[in-house]
Design a protein around this ligand. Structure first.
Ligand code: SF4
Ligand code: SF4
Length: 412
């Protein structure tokens, strides 16, 4: 058990009783279920807060959404239910704003019946989101375990699109490659033995369907992690083969489709086939992105680096690429491209015969300050309108294409 949990487990009685306004953090899919559970239990919710300013432009589930930095103007005091899976980060951000009362929604969601409501996403997808959210909160309360909320299994650096501002840095690759099934399986086996639990596997690229073994990778993850959720992130340029989809039926597998308009040329065929094989998917328009794909040596001070890392919204997006484990996709790809100096502090090589691999993984998972690679990143803050720990251009149009790879400085 965490000795100094900032977040309280038992919440129902406290939140029912009179006190300062109750706010849900953040406007994520799971917040809808938390809001419904609060209504069932007569807990009055005054609003939702979110670090992304654009989410405050419209209500969420009938509740007003507040941009998190604006909260103190509206609520000098408040009690917070953290619906986000990023428990610690949410609490830390609100502590910086002067708040001190935080609750986990675990108790509220214990008996939540997904089928009772019509959510903004399908019931199956909501069930998957809630399972991951609950596991994240359970492991938050048990610090002795090495837990990954989410692991990006990057199975290829090939992409059928070349987005100028791809946050996974695909636009820099001149010689993109698939990772072999054997190598992916060997690395996943090492993780399986040395990590207590991984809630969610995100099979990504580039475009994962560029790797002809994508369905074998998914089936292999599913076989070894029967209750983990698997999400395949695709740009819908390639229609999956029917036999591949057939092999995924009845498993915890979901597709997350980014809709790039005309560029997603197979989106109708893909969704039709997913429906045919009863495979859950979520389809979202490629919205505005946060500019975060520039690679530059900033030469920041240690204090500045701590701030960049603290504000970063992807610092728990553990990424597996070509047998190495990284803390985020930027570090994974910048290192793989040799766009940053090689520094073993940035990764764990899972395919060496080291006898302390468990400790190495735990160190990578638990690092709370920053990585050397963060000095080459503009930062990826929740709130790009604030300049705190961010040197990028803010919000940019999604999906703009380049015809040739973008040059960069290579470290030999
Ligand atoms: S579709 Fe665009 S954003 Fe997605 S991986 Fe490919 S290049 Fe990157
Ligand atoms: S700040 Fe660090 S952890 Fe965050 S995206 Fe950049 S390199 Fe990754």
């Amino acid at each position: 058990m965490k000795t100094e949990s900032k977040v309280i487990y038992n919440c129902e009685q406290q939140l029912k009783s009179k006190g300062s306004p109750v706010i849900i953090v953040a406007a994520v899919h799971e917040a809808e279920a938390v809001a419904n559970a609060c209504a069932e239990k007569n807990i009055i919710v005054s609003g939702i807060c979110d670090s992304e300013k654009r989410k405050s432009e419209k209500p969420f589930n009938g509740l007003k959404v507040y941009h998190t930095p604006d909260l103190p103007k509206n609520f000098p005091q408040a009690r917070f239910i953290i619906a986000s899976q990023h428990v610690q980060e949410c609490a830390d951000q609100l502590i910086d704003l002067g708040y001190n009362e935080f609750y986990s929604p675990l108790e509220l969601l214990k008996d939540y019946d997904v089928n009772k409501y019509k959510h903004r996403i399908s019931s199956t997808y909501m069930r998957s989101r809630l399972d991951v959210c609950k596991k994240s909160h359970e492991y938050y309360f048990d610090d002795s375990k090495t837990y990954m909320r989410s692991l990006d299994v990057m199975i290829t650096t090939k992409c059928s699109l070349k987005c100028r501002n791809c946050s996974n840095l695909m636009q820099y690759y001149t010689d993109p490659k698939n990772t072999s099934l054997e190598k992916i399986n060997s690395a996943l086996d090492v993780l399986h033995k040395n990590v207590d639990y991984i809630s969610e596997f995100r099979v990504i690229g580039g475009e994962p369907l560029m790797n002809k073994d994508w369905a074998n990778v998914v089936n292999s993850i599913s076989a070894k992690n029967s209750d983990a959720k698997i999400f395949i992130y695709t740009n819908a340029t390639i229609s999956p083969k029917e036999e591949h989809l057939e092999s995924l039926q009845g498993k915890n597998v979901n597709f997350t489709i980014t809709d790039y308009g005309n560029l997603s040329r197979n989106i109708d065929k893909m969704t039709e086939r997913l429906n045919k094989y009863n495979i859950t998917f979520d389809r979202q328009l490629a919205d505005d992105w946060i500019d975060c794909s520039n690679i530059k040596h900033h030469k920041r001070s240690s204090e500045e680096l701590k701030e960049v890392f603290k504000q970063c919204c992807v610092k728990y997006i553990y990424t597996l690429l070509h047998g190495k484990l990284y803390r985020c996709p930027f570090i994974a790809n910048a290192a793989n491209l040799n766009a940053i100096p090689d520094n073993p502090a940035n990764y764990v090589n899972l395919l060496t015969n080291s006898d302390n691999i468990r400790q190495q993984i735990r160190r990578l998972v638990k690092v709370a300050k920053f990585f050397p690679a963060c000095d080459f990143c503009d930062g990826r803050p929740y709130d790009p309108s604030s300049k705190l720990g961010y040197d990028g251009r803010g919000m940019i149009a999604a999906g703009e294409q380049v015809s040739n790879p973008i040059p960069f400085k290579e470290y030999k």
